[in-house]
Design a protein around this ligand. Sequence first.
Ligand SMILES: *Cc1c(COP(=O)(O)O)cnc(C)c1O
Length: 452
Amino acid sequence: METIQFNLPQNQIPQAWYNIVPDLPQPPAPPLHPVTHKPLSPEDLAPIFPMNIIEQEVSREREIEIPGEVRQIYAQWRPAPLIRARRLEKALDTPAHIYYKYEGVSPAGSHKLNSAVPQVWYNKQAGTKHLTTETGAGQWGSALAMACSFLGLDCKVYMVRVSYNQKPYRRALIEAFGATVTASPSNTTESGRAILAKEPECRGSLGMAISEAVEVAVKDPNTKYTLGSVLNHVLLHQTVIGLEAIEQMALAGDEPDVVIACAGGGSNFAGIAMPYIGRNLKGKSHARIVAVEPAACPSLTKGHFTYDFGDTGHFTPLMKMYTLGSSFLPPGIHAGGLRYHGMAPLVSHVISLGLAEATTVQQLDAFAAGIRFARAEGIIPAPESNHAVAEAIRQALEAKAEGKPRTILFGLSGHGHFDMQSYIDYQAGKLENYEYPEEEIAMALSGLPVVS
Ligand SMILES: *Cc1c(COP(=O)(O)O)cnc(C)c1O
């Protein structure tokens, strides 16, 4: 029988997360204070994050031990399976070997729980009582609500209004885990009221919801803020994905020629990519590393690599990243988790150094790939994950055209069971491709902060 799953025993959940920073040829640019534009000090972050998280955020340690209780919770779904897509290979009639690392087995249905659990754990250690966050499509909100329920913290989620209305199941999931959900922009914060005063019907955005969640944390000493992507500590937690994948690919007796993942804020991409980039840097592998973003929100491929705010209200530090401008409102594509104006500074940095590359996929091509994958492999990918699936299929067909083998590993970041409305719309021909919104991006970029 042909092996299709390469499973590690539970005691091989990684003992430590991998921090790539000390292995990089150049350190990433420091975040800057939003008002003074001076490099940020750890104390500047203290109103929103506990010190143990801030230490991880600025850490230069290569390995950071995963706390025992976090590993114990991980053990419910980790090590996550590495699967060889043999039926997809046959359907494509390709000489390529296609592997996917499947994060949809987490109880939250995506990779997001990998960071939600340690973020809540460290906050609990530090004495935090309440957590706030934002969520777009609801994946991060549901993962954080679940982790808070496991560890006994109170959780408040600002959900982008358009998703709050369109995704009642995700909202119900968050509430089932005991968290409260507020549609953003809301009248519960100053930043929300300011937006509603100008635009009462505002549909909201991740940048706006971040402003609200941060504001609530800043105003209460027992409340801290959490972010589901972008920041170094979030990317760090996700490296369990790639660390496991390296061991599993060894079990499969294969070495990837290319590693692919979709990138919204950059955490799931970093999770599978950073351990492989580290391996490449040590000369142990020579894999191409590819981040895939939606053509409608192309921060890596069309953005500027410069300092920008992480939110619309300009409360966050300035981060050097690929950005479309913090006022850019991405079109309403169904891959809600990929609708962010910026990209993780660490992901931006490795791309700028040429250690990884980026490409885009149109919405209809992403869904077509997801359907093709589902018919061969039986898993309905999340709309975000479809972007990685599309690039993997494109590469497998390229290998076929060349008549050469190629080993492709891609990150399947989550399942799409809560996103079936988008599949219904796709099958009904109601989805469209969005052209690159050149004018809006030019306008948002012209408003970038000037940092001397
Ligand atoms: C949130 C999400 C993404 C995108 O977020 P990143 O920070 O880029 O990882 C991708 N896939 C799924 C399933 C998600 O929930």
